[in-house]
Design a protein around this ligand. Sequence first.
Ligand SMILES: [Zn+2]
Length: 136
Amino acid sequence: MTDCVFCKIVAGQIPSTRVYEDEHVVAFMDLGQVNPGHVLVAVKKHAANLFELDDAQAAAVGRAGAKIARALKKAFGPEGLSVYQANGKPAGQTVFHYHVHLLPRHEGDGMELTWPVKNPPRDKLEEYAGKIRAVL
Ligand SMILES: [Zn+2]
């Protein structure tokens, strides 16, 4: 897409600090650096979100994410690592080109995620699972 900032990064039209690249993905340092070592893994061929990925892209993102996570552990020695990926504005997506955040974490680093659990009864879980299985 001509007006997509991540497509421009992939094409080298906007500079980035890259850490990894393969046939399907490019990984580069997030300009915001929530914590040192914060990396983004983006697909090369434009896909707005997870729903638009093909199987090869999805597999490549998983492989690259695990590889880079291991490198981040060695390079920065974080106490933890968060993987963030948002699809659509209500989910918090701000750049509409599929990407995954790999974010080294430390106790008290100020990063928070609200997780408002609902704890529905088992029959509700079965109902939800049935809806998913019906369309897989
Ligand atoms: Zn794009």
